[in-house]
Design a binder for this molecule. Structure first.
Ligand code: 5AD
Ligand code: FES
Length: 359
């Protein structure tokens, strides 16, 4: 009896994975089974996702140089350590010169994508952002510039694009309006966030959305909605990582997202969106020492080492115990390259555009 039931569930998982591989489709019951799968199901899912990524991108892992240029933020997201009401956050902004010198150092290390990430900081007006973007593009015309600076008007997004920005990362955080409301203050809405993502796509950016795994109040139904939203949006990149509590936030005592769930979701997202650029995030490396390696082995194909000056690193504390806060950019890049080599992957210094746009 027990053995019979076991066989049924193993075969069920095989079928779900085969269907995913063949058609990219997954219904809610199949999703639930995968998320609840034990070791053997997990291995099967991981192998399918890795084979899928290898088929599209080979054994290349793209690197993006992350420059966290301001931790001032007008928003008050309940999960985030740089929320405006966190009095303990030690605020900083990089000057344009500091940002340029991060790029210079990064370029020398082989980075061909710079990701400018920051809180929603009024100091960085559209004019200032455009100025920074165009200076970087002027100095490094062979590089891609990615912005990750939150919700802006369509006009602002257009202005940044015209100044030369190629890509934009804006995690949707959760595709469910009610869940969104429990993670954010009332002035923020899921509908606005989605509108921003559609605007960015229409303007012509390569767009990244994403969410935290195991964020407070998240249900399997919510996660399934995230997957459907991603399918609908067809982003070029999907950033997911575990939620990790930050002690000065209202969610400071909540449980972190798990490695198991994050890896399964990475694999599912890979199989549903074979060409997506999927980062193995710093948050994943924070909850497990080999988290990023496992992320790559589960279908991810991007890593984002930090290029911010070491003296501000620990101030961009979205969550507690963040890794790599005292390592120079060169050390991080070397460390990640070795980590990837050890598992049979190569960090490549191409721009690493979405595969449809590669020449
Ligand atoms: N744990 C994990 N990820 C977080 N982020 C913000 N706060 C946390 C946290 N406590 C993520 C959000 C945001 C991205 C920049 O970092 O998803 O979009
Ligand atoms: Fe930063 Fe290893 S990646 S030190």
């Amino acid at each position: 009896m027990e053995a019979g039931r076991f066989l049924v569930s193993v075969r069920g998982i095989e079928e779900i994975i085969e269907r995913l591989e063949r058609s990219g489709e997954l219904d809610f019951d199949g999703f639930k089974m995968l998320m609840e799968a034990d070791e053997s199901g997990r291995e099967r899912l991981r192998a399918a996702a890795r084979a899928c990524a290898d088929g599209v991108y080979g054994r290349a892992v793209y690197i993006r140089g992350l420059i966290e240029f301001t931790n001032y933020c007008r928003n008050d997201c309940l999960y985030c350590g740089i929320r405006r009401s966190n009095q303990n956050a030690d605020r900083y902004r990089l000057t344009q010169e500091q940002i340029m010198s991060c790029c210079e150092q990064g370029y020398g290390l082989g980075f061909r994508t710079f990701v400018l990430q920051g809180g929603e900081d009024a100091y960085f007006t559209d004019e200032r952002v455009c100025d920074i973007v165009s200076k970087i593009k002027e100095a490094y015309p062979d590089c891609a510039v990615t912005l990750s600076i939150g919700e802006k008007s369509r006009e602002s997004y257009q202005a940044f694009f015209d100044a030369g920005a190629d890509r934009y990362l804006l995690r949707h955080e959760t595709a469910n309006e009610e869940h969104y409301g429990r993670l954010h203050p009332p002035e923020l809405s899921c509908a606005d966030r989605k509108r921003c993502l559609w605007d960015l796509k229409e303007i012509g950016y390569q767009v990244g959305c994403g969410f935290m795994v195991g964020s407070p109040f998240q249900t399997l139904e919510n996660l399934y909605e995230d997957l459907l939203f991603i399918k609908e949006l067809e982003p070029h990149m999907v950033g997911i990582g575990p939620f990790i509590p930050q002690k000065d936030t209202p969610f400071g005592n909540m449980a972190a997202g798990t490695l198991d769930m994050t890896l399964k979701l990475l694999s599912i997202i890979r199989l549903m969106n074979p060409k997506a650029l999927l980062p193995a995030t710093t948050a994943l490396g924070t909850i497990a020492p080999d988290g990023r390696e496992l992320g790559i082995l589960s279908g991810a194909n991007v890593v984002m080492p930090n290029l911010s000056p070491v003296n501000v690193r620990n101030k961009y504390a979205l969550y507690d115990n963040k890794i790599c806060t005292s390592d120079e950019a060169a050390e991080c890049k070397g460390c990640l390259s070795r980590r990837m080599e050890r598992i049979g992957y190569n960090v490549v210094t191409a721009r690493g555009d979405y595969i449809d746009k590669q020449s």
